[in-house]
Design a protein around this ligand. Structure first.
Ligand code: BGC
Length: 352
């Protein structure tokens, strides 16, 4: 069967090629791949900057933002042929650490977790894949065209849960949230903020293309001005940072209201240097009881929260976030950014 593969840490090694059909093990589902989404992590892997092949293999099958249809499910797994499903990205470390032992593998403490399509496990960018029945989630059949947005939605569902848990350490009634970056993570974070009834603001650099309209159609407010000014005039209770841009991160930390929470979700390249007034920043964080929290990945609880959030959302709005669909055989072009891209998806079947 055809799959998108790379040789991790080797630039230019992306190939669409034949690999052996996967054989489901005990309790595993056989799934027909429908689509995979492409994110910044995939681009880093394709650029030879990140990623690990499974042990003993030279190649890694890419793809962690999955969508598939069950072709065969063993009895007793709770899945049926034809179910629309999404595979979970991360697996617990083998020790396991305390967090992994408690099902919170997204919080793994020893770094020995594995991830489909990223770290030591083949991914979902293939015509067929197998998955353990404990690490796959069923989606509402109506999400056929947008279900590929599930994995990034799990990442923001976890971020929101972190914010609510951190806020819950004292009286917490946030009203205004600022999301920095109107890419897929930023837009989905804004969607979940609107679903919570909050006053949502989104800041991005662009003034044209689909992003401003998508934000407005959510009922949120779009900003494209100077970040320092936007943040200091809004004084948000919560910031979800989805760009990884160092200056925005520090503007956000300094600009929240008292008892502010900044949740960092953007993975930045190493080596970005910035001069900051660490004294003032520390003073503000202490005197305002502010918190800065990093958040990555998602566990099964967040997959369930994300499935609910997507099912409640306007399907047409979600569809507009997918700005480009690329056929499997041309997968390479999905990793080169084009103007107005939001979410680029690789179609794994011929029918879409
Ligand atoms: C994925 C996460 C993963 C992280 C680090 C992100 O792109 O969405 O699931 O944990 O990369 O590998």
């Amino acid at each position: 069967m055809r799959a998108v593969t790379v040789r991790p840490l080797v630039t230019g090694s992306l190939e669409v090629r034949d690999v052996p059909d996967p054989v489901p093990g005990r309790g595993e589902l056989l799934v027909e791949g429908l689509a995979v989404g492409v994110c910044g992590t995939d681009k880093e892997i394709v650029a030879g900057e990140y990623g690990w092949a499974p042990s003993g293999q030279e190649h890694l099958v890419l793809g962690h933002e999955s969508l598939g249809r069950v072709r065969h499910a063993p009895p007793g797994t709770g899945f049926d042929t034809g179910d629309l499903v999404v595979g979970v990205v991360r697996r617990p470390d083998p020790v396991p650490c305390g967090a992994c032992a408690h099902g919170e593998f997204d919080m793994c403490r020893n770094g020995r977790y594995t991830e489909r399509g990223i770290k030591q496990r083949d991914g979902y960018a293939a015509r067929l894949w197998t998955v353990e029945s404990d690490y796959v989630v069923r989606l509402d059949a109506a999400l056929r065209d947008v279900g590929v947005l599930m994995e990034p939605t799990t990442v923001v569902a976890k971020a929101w849960e972190q914010i609510e848990r951190v806020g819950g350490r004292a009286w917490f009634e946030p009203r205004r949230v600022l999301v920095t970056g109107a890419g897929p993570i930023g837009l989905l974070a804004a969607l979940l903020g609107v679903q919570r009834g909050l006053d949502v603001h989104v800041l991005d650099r662009v003034t044209t293309g689909p992003k401003p309209g998508l934000v407005r159609d959510l009922g949120a407010t779009y900003h494209s001005g100077d970040s320092d000014q936007v943040i200091s005039s809004l004084r948000p209770d919560v910031v979800i940072e989805a760009t990884g841009a160092a200056s925005l991160v520090f503007d956000a930390m300094a600009g929240t209201d008292t008892y502010g929470i900044v949740c960092l979700t953007g993975v930045s390249p190493k080596g970005r240097q910035l001069s900051v007034d660490a004294g003032t920043l520390n003073r503000q964080l202490v005197l305002e009881n502010d918190v800065v929290v990093g958040s990555v990945n998602a566990n099964l609880r967040h997959y369930r929260q994300a499935a609910d959030a997507l099912a409640k959302a306007d399907q047409g709005w979600l569809e507009r976030m997918i700005t480009r669909r690329v056929p499997l055989e041309k997968a390479g072009v999905a990793f080169t950014a084009q103007d107005d891209d939001i979410k680029v998806v690789i179609s794994l079947t011929e029918d879409r």
